[in-house]
Ligand binder design. Sequence first.
Ligand code: NDP
Length: 283
Amino acid sequence: KVLCATGVVAALIAVFWKDSFNPESLSGARVLVTGASAGIGEQIAYHYARFGAEIVLTARREAVLQKVMEKCLTLGAKKIFYIPADMSSPSEPERVVQFAVQKLGGLDYLVLNHIGPNRFQEWAGDVEYTRWLLQVNFLSYVALATAALPTLEKNRGALVVVSSLTGKMPTPFTTSYSATKFALDGFFSSLRHELIMQNRDVSVTLCILGLIDTESALEYTRGKVLVSASPAPEAALAIVRGGAARAHEIFYPRWLQPLCCLWALFPSSGNQVLRTFYNYSSP
Ligand code: NDP
């Protein structure tokens, strides 16, 4: 019954929900993408390149960033630069934003996407790892957004924050990761209220993703999750479109939105069903 209701609601949303995406608005747009060396971030960079944007890429591995940069040029990026940076270091976010503003003359989009390795295992008491992950997955997002807000405000820009289903609905084996994603929702949804109340024209788009077929996600979840993964290029396009349409939230795949509503209405039975999608073999 639950699955059937979810399907009906998803179909209705697909029919009535049309975002106001205009691809031409991205031609010449100045974009900073984090976590751009691999996975969804790499695909986000390729979409912006196809739309003719001016892009700054960042992640830790310089050699890989160089390759992504070369492909972006062949796809049509108007300008492209990269800056290697490790977001576990508290001084890096400001340096990266300064670099992007200096190279592009300002920013229209800040796409926050990077994450530190997710262990996808049961909680074993490593508090230090949780502290470190909060720095990489959450505090660096806050610092990057804070450094970029003045230029985004000048340009009626957009903050795009990549989150996860487990930042709306806690799932097993994701204690620390889930905490960082809930923190993003709390911080950026509160910031959105304030920007609107202060008439500051910067949009905040929170992107809620299900399992996506990136190399790292498939490796962490192998044998543990009984859900099929969706394609990274499609997830990346949903993120780019959502940011351009200045949507408050986007869900990819779309059926995650009614799923979250159902879970909020029936949390106890929802959690029971949820656990059946995970393999647990006790040590
Ligand atoms: P990947 O692991 O494929 O890529 C992570 C990116 O972050 C890489 O570019 C990596 O590059 C960079 N990175 C890692 N550590 C650091 C660091 N310390 N400092 C700076 N950059 C770093 O991730 P995905 O593409 O799978 O995920 C992208 C986003 O999508 C994340 O926000 C994730 O939470 C979200 N998401 C993904 C899902 C999935 O199933 N894939 C599901 C739900 C949400 P480098 O190693 O060069 O630094």
